[in-house]
Design a protein around this ligand. Structure first.
Ligand SMILES: Nc1ncnc2c1ncn2[C@@H]1O[C@H](COP(=O)(O)OP(=O)(O)O)[C@@H](O)[C@H]1O
Ligand SMILES: [Mg+2]
Length: 276
């Protein structure tokens, strides 16, 4: 991964989206297809957020996390992941237990690695999980979008005090402004698994639930062996969630076994949490 002083030579450019302040496109870069994010806003806050995203993405290397290939102060060049997002796949209908648990296991494997690297993603949701080749299997998972992330090794938390995120997938403490607790990501993975199985997230009125004025949750989807895991991941109280991504992955493995599903040969995190 290389840092360049200026933007890079891109050809065959095709626009994909323009979010406030950031322009996304697909392009060819040194003969390969890439996904490019370019900062178009010029205010200092947007620049700080963009550079934070780049710094975090540049610090990561894992088979199930989208790879950053190069960066400049205003441009990020990622490998292009062909196949669409998990959200696009869910628009065709919910997943069965086998596929939903495979995708969740892939996401958890990436999350276990992120946490071992001191990074909390803070925006895990089907829009930020891509499926290489469109297949809902663990090997296809690519976690993207470090725009909301918190990193222990970056001294300044540019998002501190904000409530940014997506209400349906945001942990209650994150809504209250708590940053950098890995258990917030486990909550989001719980919602993601729920969404994969049910085709919708657990709370119709997510903001009401986050604010503590509504408690009613939709019935848990999928077969019973998955319920204790989903229930615990969705706990309002962080201490009732799984202790770590590794612990949650082990619980998911056990639930798959109880469902008669095969073990998955997932990569091991470099630096497993000793408490798991
Ligand atoms: N590496 C990639 N390859 C292909 N498409 C991508 C890639 N990264 C992101 N995308 C697409 O662009 C969308 C927005 O990218 P993302 O990084 O999530 O930015 P945002 O901060 O705008 O949500 C994603 O939801 C996905 O559809
Ligand atoms: Mg996104």
């Amino acid at each position: 991964m290389q840092e360049y002083p200026t933007t890079q030579p891109l050809t065959d450019r095709a626009p994909l989206a323009e979010q406030p302040g950031v322009y996304s496109e697909s392009a060819l870069w040194y003969g390969r297809r890439v996904f490019v994010k370019t900062l178009v806003a010029d205010d200092p806050d947007s620049l700080a957020r963009f550079q934070h995203e780049g710094r975090v993405a540049a610090s990561l290397r894992h088979p199930l996390v989208a790879s950053l290939l190069a960066l400049t102060p205003t441009q990020l060049i990622f490998e292009f992941i062909e196949g669409g997002t998990l959200r696009e796949r869910l628009e065709c209908g919910p997943l069965g237990e086998a596929e939903a648990t495979e995708v969740a296991a892939g996401v958890l494997n990436a999350v276990e690695y992120l946490h071992s690297a001191g990074v909390t993603h803070h925006d895990l949701k089907p829009e930020n999980v891509m499926l290489l080749g469109g297949q809902p299997g663990w090997q296809s998972v690519r976690v993207i979008d470090f725009g909301m992330s918190h990193s222990r090794s970056l001294p300044l938390d540019i998002h501190s005090g904000t409530r940014m995120g997506t209400p349906h997938f945001m942990a209650p403490e994150q809504f209250l402004g708590v940053r950098g607790d890995p258990r917030s990501d486990l909550y989001s993975v719980g919602v993601l698994l729920f969404d994969c199985l049910a085709g919708h997230p657990p709370y119709e009125d997510a903001l009401g639930w986050l604010a503590g004025i509504r408690e009613r949750r939709e019935a848990l989807p999928g077969l019973e062996p998955l319920h204790p895991l989903i229930r615990s991941a969705l706990s309002r109280d962080r201490s009732e969630r799984p202790l770590s991504a590794a612990r949650m992955a082990a619980d998911l493995r056990a639930a798959r076994r109880a469902l008669g599903l095969p073990d998955l040969p997932l990569p091991r995190a470099d630096n497993l949490d000793a408490s798991a």
